[in-house]
Each structure stands twice: as structure tokens, then as C-alpha cells.
Ligand binder design. Structure first.
Ligand SMILES: Nc1ncnc2c1ncn2[C@@H]1O[C@H](COP(=O)(O)OP(=O)(O)OP(=O)(O)O)[C@@H](O)[C@H]1O
Length: 472
């Protein structure tokens, strides 16, 4: 009987294992959240070749494929789908022991990666997320997705990172001001550039305005320009930084540091699209896309009357939060490898990879400087590395470890009590678990015994805090 629902969301499952197919069917049936007007249909193919045929014949909104299939592999299928229609998210499935394949799959553009044996709720949550992203991609990119360039030099596999990628796609399709929020070194500028490169303004300039550099006297003229004679020394008309971005994107970096007087003027620019140069009586129309970034909580600044509330609301229309690296530790090995590839090329050295114990150190480190700090550490590690693999010792000497808790001191004292406690506890758990595991050469049972914790609970903490360890 045909469905009475308004929309049918079709998932293609490419899986040759009957038991797993059964599990997917049950998960979709029992656990998958769906809207009232929506029906979910699961179409099944046992081989990649069959899956491709279905994809050519009908609209598929999401593909879930096993990595290992008889005949064509799941990775090849993924690549074919990418060439066919990049809007379709592909979730790859495999057994726990194939981390390299997971990395490869994400590199090839997989939306997510699930390991067997499945946990039904987790599976349903991941499918649901992919469904919603698929909808956004179809809505915003009717036909162009096959040509959309990948976000250059921007890598990550974590769900948090995938969310950021989806937000970049969405932000690129609209003209409203975007606000990127994240700690230093998390990639805010890279994200702003990615939005610009995928937006309608991509052929125009990308003008960076560093709001930390303005001094009282010169700020106005730097931002909005001046006319000849406006003040002593103004011997000719000068364009302001904003006008340099006309036809393109103006990136307002560290907007939280913009002096209050300039905030008022900026708000006018955003609201009416006009600038007035210092000394001029006339306003000029400027057409540019604005993207702002901040590493401070602007709401706190608003409360302290240091940031205009109306400007905050204006900027906050489309907010993209970039989580710090310590909250997406799955990304660390991949980003590290990305930089190894970059620096081996640059230094003309042969360094193939990271030793697993080096990965463990990188994952356990809290990265206060985020991706920028990781980049610097890998750069130096490649430079110093004597063999073909970066060892634990190579990285240990480069990480700025402090005594347990000490590195957090300046950090946590500025936070509200609950957040500060959470942060200190998280750091403690990570270090404690890591020390126990190191003491027992990675033997979880022994480490849990010594910690006086049930093995399952110990394992749960490991999953949470040491996500990349081989044992997890
Ligand atoms: N996901 C990522 N993959 C690869 N490189 C990244 C990623 N995120 C950030 N980087 C790199 O990290 C460095 C810092 O990024 P970026 O300057 O964009 O950070 P930021 O948040 O703007 O920093 P700040 O707040 O200090 O201005 C750059 O070299 C950037 O290319």
C-alpha cells in the first residue's frame, strides 16, 4: 500500500550479512526518531554492484554500506557515489579492528563510520543525524554538489567536526552574517575561508579584519576609511578595510575585542549596508558578506556591558561552534597524519606514520592551543624524527605537559564553578586512566583492578576520555 505520509526518506543498506541486515531493520523500526509527516524506507542490496544499480534507478537519501563486501569493496562504492552525487551521505560500517579503513573511508568523504557490534541507540542516533544533514544538503544544493570542492586542508572524523562541515555548507548558501565561536587555534579562520570559497561571493576578496589591533585614534579610519583633510596627515582619500571586502567576504576576527564605539558603527554597516568614511558627509553603499569570529563568550561580555547586545543578536543569526580539540579526540590522529604528509613534503623527509604509543600521547594531551599547537608539534616531530615513524619519545619532549592540574589553573579560575569542576575532573580522569593503563602495558583488566573499579566502568571512562586508544 502506498504511504500516506508526505515524505519518504529512503535509506539504501548495502550489507551481505543477514544478521546485520536484521539488526538494521529492527533499529530503524524501533529506535529511529522520525517526524510525523515522514516515512522511512530501507532498501537492501547484498553487493555494491546491486547498490549502484538502485542508486541509478531511484532517489536514495542516505547510504549505509559495509566496508567488506563480496566483489566491489565498500570504499569503491563510496567513491562511485561521491562521483555520482555528493549530496548523499554515506555511512560506512565495519568491525572494530579496522581503524585504518575508517580513516580511509572518512578521507574518501564518508559521512560517518560505525563499528560492529552495534549498539542500537547509537546506531539510530547516527542514522538520524545523517538523515537531517542529507535534507539540508538536498535543500541547499539542488544540483551543484558534484562540483563543490572539498573543504581544502580541513580534516576530521568526529561527529562534532561533521556538524561543523554541515554548518559550513548551510552558511555558504545564505547571505546572513555568520559567527564562528571557538578557542584559539580551532580553525575559525579556515572555516570562514571555506564558507567564502563555497559562497556566491567566492570570486570576490576575502578581507581579514583583525579587531585586536585597533587603537583608539586610528580605528575609525582603518575600518571605514577617511577623506582627504579629515585630520592632520590625511593627505589623500583612503579606503577602509571594510570597503576592501566589497563584492566578497569581510572576516572580522576576534570581534569581541572591537571597541564599543566601533561596535555601534559596525552595527549600522550590518543593518543598512553603508559605511561613512571619517571626514565625509556622505555614506556609501557596501555590499559584502560578513563573517565574525570570537574565542570569548560574547554573552558574558554583553552582561558586562562590554559588547552591544543588538550587535550580538545581529551576529548570532548563524552561529557555528567549533569544539576544542580535547573534545573531539577522534580527530587528533587524522589531523596529525595530515600534517605529517604536509611537513614530510616540505622538508623532503620520509616519515611514514605515527607509532601507536605516540598516538596515545597525542590523544591524552589537552591541547590548549588546539589544532595550531598540534600542527607545531608535528612540524617539529617530523623535523626531529630519525626513523620512518614518529615515536612516543619524539612527541613527549614536545608536549608542554605541566604538573597534573597545574596547566588548568589559569584556565579554570575564570569559569563558573560547575564548568570549572567539570573541566578539572575531566582532565583528572584522562590522566588517571592513562597512568593506570601505561603502568599495566594497556591491560584494561589489571588497570581496572588496581583502580578498584569494575572493568566495564573503567572501560566506559576510557571510551569517554581516551577515545583513540587501540583497546577501546
Ligand atoms: N580541522 C583541521 N584540519 C586541518 N588543519 C586545521 C584544522 N583546523 C585548524 N587547522 C589549522 O590550524 C591552524 C589554526 O587555524 P586557524 O588560524 O583557522 O584557527 P583560529 O581558530 O582562527 O585561531 P585564532 O583564534 O588564534 O585566530 C591553521 O594552520 C589551520 O590551517
Amino acid at each position: 500500500m502506498p504511504s500516506l505520509k508526505e515524505k519518504t526518506f529512503t535509506i539504501l543498506l548495502v550489507e551481505d550479512n543477514g544478521g546485520d541486515v536484521e539488526m538494521f531493520l529492527r533499529t530503524v523500526e524501533d529506535e529511529l526518531p522520525r517526524r510525523e509527516d515522514e516515512d522511512v524506507e530501507l532498501v537492501i542490496a547484498a553487493r555494491a554492484e546491486g547498490g549502484l544499480k538502485i542508486l541509478q534507478e531511484r532517489r536514495i537519501d542516505l547510504v549505509i554500506s559495509d566496508v567488506r563486501l563480496p566483489g566491489m569493496s565498500g570504499i569503491e562504492l563510496l567513491q562511485r557515489i561521491q562521483a555520482m552525487d555528493r549530496r548523499i551521505p554515506v555511512i560506512m560500517v565495519s568491525w572494530v579492528d579496522t581503524v585504518d579503513i575508517a580513516v580511509e573511508a572518512m578521507r574518501c568523504g564518508a559521512f560517518d563510520y560505525i563499528t560492529k557490534p552495534f549498539e542500537k541507540l547509537d546506531l539510530a542516533a547516527r542514522i538520524h543525524r545523517a538523515m537531517r544533514i542529507s535534507e539540508i544538503l538536498y535543500r541547499y544544493e539542488p544540483d551543484r554538489r558534484t562540483e563543490a570542492p572539498p573543504v581544502a586542508d580541513f580534516v576530521g572524523v568526529s561527529p562534532a567536526f561533521q556538524n561543523v562541515l554541515a554548518m559550513i555548507e548551510a552558511a555558504a548558501q545564505v547571505h546572513s552574517t555568520a559567527l564562528i565561536i571557538g578557542e584559539t587555534g580551532t580553525g575559525k579562520e579556515l572555516i570562514a575561508r571555506a564558507i567564502h570559497e563555497r559562497s556566491e561571493q567566492r570570486n570576490g576578496p576575502f578581507q581579514v579584519v583583525d579587531c585586536t589591533t585597533f587603537t583608539e585614534g586610528t580605528a575609525d579610519s582603518e575600518l571605514f576609511g577617511h577623506v582627504r583633510g579629515a585630520f592632520t596627515g590625511a593627505v589623500a582619500d583612503k579606503l577602509g578595510l571594510i570597503e576592501h571586502g566589497v563584492g566578497g567576504t569581510v572576516f572580522l576576527d576576534e570581534i569581541g575585542d572591537l571597541p564599543l564605539a566601533l561596535q555601534t558603527k559596525l552595527l549600522r554597516v550590518l543593518e543598512v549596508g553603508e559605511v561613512r568614511a571619517v571626514g565625509s558627509v556622505q555614506s556609501k553603499k557596501v555590499s559584502a558578506r560578513f563573517i565574525a569570529a570570537t574565542n570569548q563568550e560574547l554573552t558574558e561580555k554583553v552582561k558586562r556591558n562590554e559588547f552591544r547586545k543588538d550587535l550580538f543578536f545581529r551576529l548570532n543569526v548563524m552561529a557555528i561552534r567549533v569544539p576544542p580539540l580535547r573534545e573531539r579526540t577522534e580527530d587528533i590522529p587524522l589531523i596529525a597524519r595530515h600534517f605529517i604528509a604536509r611537513y614530510t613534503k616540505e622538508f623532503g623527509k620520509y616519515v611514514d606514520n605515527l607509532h601507536p604509543s605516540a598516538v596515545t600521547e597525542l590523544v591524552a594531551y589537552p591541547w590548549p592551543g588546539n589544532v595550531r599547537e598540534l600542527r607545531n608539534v608535528i612540524e617539529r616531530a617530523v623535523m626531529l624524527c630519525k626513523g620512518d615513524r614518529i615515536s612516543r619519545n619524539d612527541v613527549l619532549g614536545l608536549l608542554q605537559f605541566t604538573d597534573p592540574g597545574q596547566g588548568l589553573q589559569e584556565d579554570y579560575l575564570s569559569l563558573p564553578y560547575a564548568k570549572a569542576k567539570e573541566k578539572v575532573l575531566e582532565e583528572f580522569s584522562r590522566r588517571y586512566i592513562k597512568a593506570k593503563l601505561d603502568h599495566h602495558q594497556g591491560n584494561v583488566t589489571h588497570a581496572a583492578n588496581e583502580a578498584g573499579l569494575p572493568r566495564s566502568y573503567f572501560h566506559e571512562i576510557m571510551r569517554r576520555y581516551l577515545k583513540d586508544r587501540d583497546e577501546v
